[in-house]
Design a protein around this ligand. Structure first.
Ligand code: HEC
Ligand SMILES: [Cu+2]
Length: 323
């Protein structure tokens, strides 16, 4: 599985975006091949026609060529700009995560992929996903830069310490597919491989509940006390800090008059970089927990914050079983 041959290069992929990426890729290859062929043919023709001693005419041209030149320049410009807009479209669709996507946390660590499903089920170097569902991966790293590469899904994204990035894909074929780390990340980088298992939604729902599911929200609550978040945030408190109910999924007013959507990235930033976005009406007194909480504790803390009554709980995330 981890040794794709030349066949993988021509594989039709296993995600909704794969055929679109492939169509663009092969069209670019074809267009480049046509350009190369034209250039090589013209070169050969001229080499032969104007070789030394040939009787070909070498004087100034007597016919006007501007129409020919304008057409040539015009058509190629429009053609290649077409590729630009086509590529931009595919790229933007890959970048924009659908709002109701199913979120799974993926942490890169020397040298493994540590994966957590919404109910707390955890797995290493293996990622189970439901078929036909928009799956969003919240990627982060605990140490160095890793890169999540799932070629059959046409997904490749760096996992950078200190921030979370989202990628998404929609699996279209059941099966087992390779997963790699494509950023040199130390001695055992080459062994940082895994598998992505695409299952039917029913099988996925069953798989999700059959393993051990630690109560991450409860662990998060303990950590909330351990890191003394509760000292400031639990009401009543001597310190003026926002109560964290109804935060997740809401629009938070900031000191500079703007609003920010409180998703996973915002919660993470609030804990690691509290001064980046200061909530309106509060002083920036919250200490940064960068380097204090581990990536794993951070995910549990976030899980706890998300388990509190939230603005989003009015419109709950669809269950993984629902297609
Ligand atoms: C010294 C008191 C203090 C401690 C300790 C503290 N916070 Fe805060 N926190 C604040 C204050 C004040 C704000 C509002 C100002 C700001 O945004 O920085 C805030 C903002 C937040 C926000 C954004 C809230 C919103 O309404 O958008 C989150 C989330 C958060 N804290 C989580 C935590 C977590 C988790 C911990 C423990 C790891 C923690 N805080 C520890 C004082 C604290
Ligand atoms: Cu790596």
């Amino acid at each position: 599985m981890n040794r794709p041959g030349i066949a993988a290069f021509f594989s039709s992929g296993a995600s909704s975006v794969a055929p679109r990426v492939d169509a663009l890729f092969w069209s670019l290859v074809l267009a480049s091949a046509v350009v190369v062929a034209v250039l090589v043919l013209l070169n050969l023709t001229f080499l032969i026609r104007y070789r030394r001693g040939s009787p070909a005419r070498r004087g100034p041209l007597e016919v006007s060529t501007w129409k020919f030149e304008a057409t040539w320049i015009g058509l190629t410009t429009v053609g290649f700009l077409g590729f630009f807009f086509w590529g931009a479209r595919v790229y933007l669709d890959m970048e924009r995560v659908p709002a109701d996507a199913y979120s799974i946390n993926v942490v890169g660590r020397q040298w493994m992929w540590d994966i957590r499903h919404p109910n707390g089920r955890r797995e290493f170097d293996e990622l189970h996903v439901p078929l036909g569902r928009d799956v969003r991966l919240l990627l982060s790293s605990e140490d160095v830069i890793h890169s999540f590469f799932a070629p059959e899904f046409r997904v490749k994204q760096d996992a950078v310490p200190g921030k979370t990035v989202s990628v998404w894909f929609k699996p279209t074929r059941e099966g087992v597919y390779p997963l790699y780390c494509t950023q040199y990340c130390g001695t055992k980088h080459s062994q940082m491989t895994g598998r992505i298992v695409v299952m039917s939604p029913d099988a996925y729902a069953a798989w999700l509940t059959c393993g051990p599911t630690p109560r991450i929200a409860e662990r998060g609550r303990e950590l909330f006390t351990k890191y003394s978040c509760s000292g400031c945030h639990d009401q009543p408190s001597q310190i003026h800090a926002p109560p964290l109910l109804n935060v997740y999924g809401s629009m938070v007013p900031l000191q500079d008059g703007t609003f920010v959507y409180a998703g996973d990235e915002y919660l993470r930033d609030s804990i690691l970089l509290p001064t980046k976005q200061v909530v309106a009406g509060y002083q920036p007194i919250m200490p940064s927990f960068q380097g204090v909480v581990s990536e794993s504790d951070l995910l549990d803390l976030i899980a706890y914050l998300k388990s509190l009554p939230t603005a989003a709980s009015a419109a709950p995330q669809p269950s993984p079983a629902a297609p």
